[in-house]
Design a protein around this ligand. Sequence first.
Ligand code: NAD
Length: 144
Amino acid sequence: MTKKAAIIGGGVIGGGWAARFLLNGWDVAVFDPDPEAERKIGEVLANARAALPMLYDCALPAEGRLGFHSSIAAAVAGADWVQESVSERLDLKHRVIAEIQAAAPEVPIGSSTSGFRPSQLQEGATDPSRIMVAHPSTRSTCCL
Ligand SMILES: NC(=O)c1ccc[n+]([C@@H]2O[C@H](COP(=O)([O-])OP(=O)(O)OC[C@H]3O[C@@H](n4cnc5c(N)ncnc54)[C@H](O)[C@@H]3O)[C@@H](O)[C@H]2O)c1
């Protein structure tokens, strides 16, 4: 069954995550209040379609489906993974993580933070054990 990633925050880094998941065959649901988010992610995706296949030594799977949503709850519904990529403010990340966990209590959450420790992101969370810091690998991938 096709997996689904929710991308919360679709700026520079969230757009990169969206492209990586999509081009690896995952469906992607984005929430970002910026009215320009869809256009920006479209540009990142166009670049990634040209560049990402060069990092692999085999064909990538069929691209997943991309959707934009008007709330965090709608984006994370049914997700197998949530990638939080909102601006680097701890109060904002806490609010967003709380909203994600209220809507999807069991989903693992990767944060793209560049400066906060996992323990800081986990402060006050309903389920701290599902919150981690996750960054994409830039190494090429061998297909078996
Ligand atoms: N840019 C980098 O080189 C880089 C590298 C590593 C890690 N990071 C980290 O990645 C995260 C995102 O950084 P970025 O460079 O993509 O920033 P960015 O400003 O390009 O994107 C942040 C996005 O978050 C959105 N946002 C704000 N509030 C939101 C909310 N409540 N819900 C959903 N979306 C919301 C904004 O509209 C914006 O599109 C930060 O934690 C940053 O530290 C950035």
